[in-house]
Design a binder for this molecule. Sequence first.
Ligand code: A3P
Length: 290
Amino acid sequence: IGRFPLVPVRGVPLMSHIANNWDSVWAFKPDPSDILIATYPKAGTTWTQEIIDLLLHNGDAEACKRAPTPVRSPFLEIASPPPIPSGLDLLKKMNPPRLIKTHLPFQLVPPGFWENKCKVIYVARNAKDNLVSYYFFDQMNKTQPEPGPFDGYIHKFMRGELGWGSWYDHVKGYWLEREKKNILYLFYEDMKENPQREVERIMRYLDVSVSDEAVRQIVELTSFKNMKENPMANYSCIPSPVFDQSISPFMRKGEVGDWTNHFTAEQSKVFDEDYDKQMRDLDIPFRVML
Ligand code: A3P
């Protein structure tokens, strides 16, 4: 195991072990009942996964104790390496409906998901908090490229040179297709602001029905504090040579606006000017503070 270099797949930098297995990822055939959670890394993937898993199990906490996070809901594209469980291998052994995660941008989602009209839930997080979270993750995740100093990292983010490519293209790609492809487009900030409302939104989209009490229970079980302490949700199953949580815990802070603790005023200005240019063509209602 080590830090994998980035290799472009149709112009999008992906870690080499994924790029090298690209054909099998692209050929993946989901079942129509499978559910896809798509995100740019660090936008709230795990949180949303826990919510959906609980919704599919009627709010029963035992459901989340069956297996740790990456096993209950594998990343489609993590085709190797051990000891991270291979998503494609895990999926082959699971019965539909499966909860599948991906960080692939819209254009790289295997076409089988659209052909089979699978439910797809996208979670987006404001660029600055997403960047800060990714910066800490790239320090602790020993399979991703070294993040280097924060200032340089900001520029790599703006240029789309981090793993999974450009945040700007990612959030836009799903946004533009959300109606045509019936994608539920969620915001991390909305989930922080009113988790019950967002749990209910997901429930309606998935066409499941749980009691008000179960919704309250799901909100409670998926609070940042509870997930941080839950060994089935906090990625403590991934050994420290891969995820070194002493450098930065997977459940790090879970806040909106943490970017203000990391960006200088000058960095923020440079970032905002570039942001306005890159997002000029689309008005996606991101909030950087609550
Ligand atoms: P921070 O690094 O800002 O704390 P992903 O699951 O996509 O990798 O995203 C991880 C980010 O979501 C981390 O952000 C993590 O703390 C945050 N997160 C995870 N569970 C959360 C929860 N229940 N409530 C709020 N934030 C959560």
